[in-house]
Design a protein around this ligand. Structure first.
Ligand SMILES: *Cc1c(COP(=O)(O)O)cnc(C)c1O
Length: 403
């Protein structure tokens, strides 16, 4: 049990708290599920890009899936070896592509024909060969939230099968490209196995048709997306997930690459916020807290549900309240009509499942400094990012102030 009251006292609120032991357990579960095949678990850095979090996974042997050169640099700083780093994303700039090639990462995940031409041209300029994989869009509906589904043709991600095949042929004939992998990622917060299995089958068929023309790929990159329990979701067991994927690879000798983000960090994270007041507007009761949408955007952005635990001993009946922050937006809420007991100023609320797409989506809107982040490991806590001060927020502007 994490003593959130003690942590709030020591580090202040609002505060992100991450259970590093839980992250280790999740990592091990997934790694074990792929036992029997060569595999690399490449942590999707965007889920939680704190350097200490990445380093924690690096120490466990994890790779990194990055979606900007900034994330690639973080992965290097945190000690992930180059040969376990991949670079994905629909819009990579020339500078980003150049640096990724120079850093000799495992491969660049190419997401369009136009990008393949850029990667080839830049590798040629550098007089080298760029290892690539191609992101295939298998046109599968992942049956998840439309904002986080990525594997349908009307999404911006990846290329269709026939384009992919053409691109592999070009890459294979190019002196400056080395096609080593194939990639798909159909969405996030996946809770259904069937769409994953179907996507893997489609991609495995493509691999076989490439083999038939002597194009041999080494990495079968199944993306991330494994869902977690926020509320009452029935989630996929890592073992079943691995079996569904491996079942499509009969006769293919490939290394599995898996890019989980949310699965590794979401339920390891807690956002601790303090009650400022309760207020009543007509029928509606609000609990105003010191955290806000600039700290944890998911409820505002996706109407996402997070379980909220009040740290009070109360036997009084619960009442449905809206839990809102101080930001000047009606969309600034953590929950609506959420049953809570009566609260007082200073009481703490723990917002759960906040370890993925929490801090990273934060901003300084309303000139609010971002929260501190704390790691808890083997019963001990330590600061892994200090709270932003007012001076931090204005540092990039003050030199431009005219008198
Ligand atoms: C975001 C992303 C992931 C991680 O997704 P999760 O749902 O957090 O597991 C993996 N791969 C790619 C290419 C991504 O864009």
């Amino acid at each position: 049990m994490i003593d959130f009251k003690a942590l709030a006292k020591e580090y202040g609120t609002p505060l992100y708290v991450y259970d590093f032991d839980y992250m280790s357990e999740q990592y091990t579960k997934l790694k074990e599920a792929f036992r029997g095949r060569k595999s690399i678990i490449a942590y999707a850095v965007k889920a939680n890009s704190n350097l200490s979090v990445i380093k924690h996974f690096a120490k466990m042997g994890s790779g990194a899936d990055c979606v900007s050169i900034g994330e690639v640099r973080r992965a290097f700083m945190a000690g992930i070896p180059a040969y376990k780093i991949i670079f994905s994303g629909v819009g990579k700039s020339d500078d980003e592509i150049r640096e990724a090639i120079e850093r000799d990462i495992l491969y660049i995940n190419v997401e369009s024909d136009a990008e393949l031409q850029r990667v080839e041209a830049i590798a040629k300029e550098l007089g080298t060969q760029a290892r690539i994989s191609i992101r295939v869009n298998p046109n599968i509906d992942p049956q998840t939230h439309p904002y986080i589904s990525t594997g349908l043709h009307d999404n911006k991600f990846g290329v269709d099968l026939s384009t992919a095949k053409r691109m592999y042929i070009q890459a294979n004939n190019s002196e400056n490209l080395d096609p080593v992998g194939i990639h798909f990622h159909i969405g996030s917060q996946l809770t259904q196995l069937q769409p994953i299995r179907e996507a893997a089958e489609i991609v495995a068929d493509l691999i076989r048709s490439l083999q038939a023309i002597d194009i041999e790929l080494k990495f079968f990159d199944v993306g991330g997306g494994l869902g977690i329990k926020y509320d009452d979701e029935v989630t996929i067991e890592p073992y079943d997930y691995a079996q569904a994927i491996l079942g499509t690879l009969t006769g293919l000798d490939m290394t599995i690459l898996c890019e989980p983000g949310r699965f590794l960090t979401a339920n390891a994270g807690y956002f601790v916020t303090k009650v400022l007041y309760e207020k009543q507007n007509g029928e509606k009761k609000f609990v105003v807290v010191d955290g806000a949408m600039n700290d944890l955007l998911r409820p505002s952005l996706y109407n996402a549900y997070h379980e909220i635990e009040p740290l009070v001993d109360s036997t009084e009946p619960k009442q449905e309240v809206d839990i809102v922050g101080p930001v000047c937006e009606s969309g600034d809420f953590f929950a609506k009509n959420y049953p809570l007991p009566p609260l007082q100023a200073g009481d703490l609320l723990v917002i759960k499942s906040a370890g993925a797409y929490g801090f990273g989506m934060g901003s300084n809107y309303n000139t609010r400094g971002r929260s501190a982040e704390v790691a808890v490991e083997k019963g001990k806590s330590r600061l892994i990012r200090r709270r932003e001060s007012f001076e931090d927020l204005i540092a990039l502007e003050t030199e431009f102030l005219e008198d």
